[in-house]
Design a protein around this ligand. Structure first.
Ligand code: HEC
Length: 169
């Protein structure tokens, strides 16, 4: 894949402190701040998501053919993609920090943690674990989208309540 997976847009904020669970149920589904991002950042987020989705899709044939090395590489790119961090201006970084709620960042971090676990499982050539973490990552997509992207994926609106009970972090 030519362009690296650059999902870590939100990971740019490692210094954010997390004051526990945000009260998501008191917020309207789209009060996430995502829609309040400036058009540039929103576009970057969108590109990240597309790249991420491409990476996830590429894992399916790699898995069925036992191409653990490719999965490891893809997972690592997802885990450590800091390219956007370099691209962002300081004021954009600041904007992300102020606009996105802690719960969003937390979900993003959880997602990256899972990518790291996937990388590890692939490195160890453990098909069951690869499958497990791949599936957890998929759960993480839907978990974040249900909370923060129902404007984009309205079909997930119903799911919101369930997701809050099951834990995706
Ligand atoms: C931490 C939160 C979070 C996680 C995790 C996450 N997403 Fe997203 N995703 C979003 C948000 C927010 C949007 C809507 C962005 C917008 O409206 O501008 C989005 C939008 C998208 C889009 C549409 C992009 C576009 O504008 O065309 C795709 C595709 C997508 N996500 C794929 C995925 C996949 C696949 C995963 C998991 C492997 C995933 N996302 C995980 C938050 C997340």
């Amino acid at each position: 894949m030519k362009s690296p997976i650059r999902f870590a847009l939100l990971f740019l904020l490692p210094a954010v402190s997390y004051g526990g669970e945000a009260p998501e149920h008191t917020e309207p589904a789209h009060a996430s701040g995502v829609e309040a991002l400036s058009p540039d950042l929103r576009e970057l987020l969108s590109q990240e998501m597309q790249a991420l989705q491409k990476g996830m899709i590429s894992i399916i044939p790699a898995y069925s053919s036992g191409n653990w090395g490719e999965i490891e590489t893809t997972a690592r790119k997802i885990k450590n993609s800091y390219i956007l961090k370099q691209k962002l201006t300081p004021s954009q970084a600041k904007e992300l920090h102020s606009v996105l709620p802690p719960a969003f960042i937390e979900k993003d971090q959880w997602f990256h943690y899972l990518a790291g676990m996937l990388e590890h499982a692939a490195k160890n050539k453990k098909p069951e674990l690869v499958n497990f973490y791949f599936s957890e990552m998929n759960r993480s997509c839907i978990g974040c989208h249900s909370a923060f992207a129902t404007h984009k994926f309205p079909a997930l609106l119903q799911k919101k309540e369930d997701e809050e009970h099951s834990h995706t972090h």
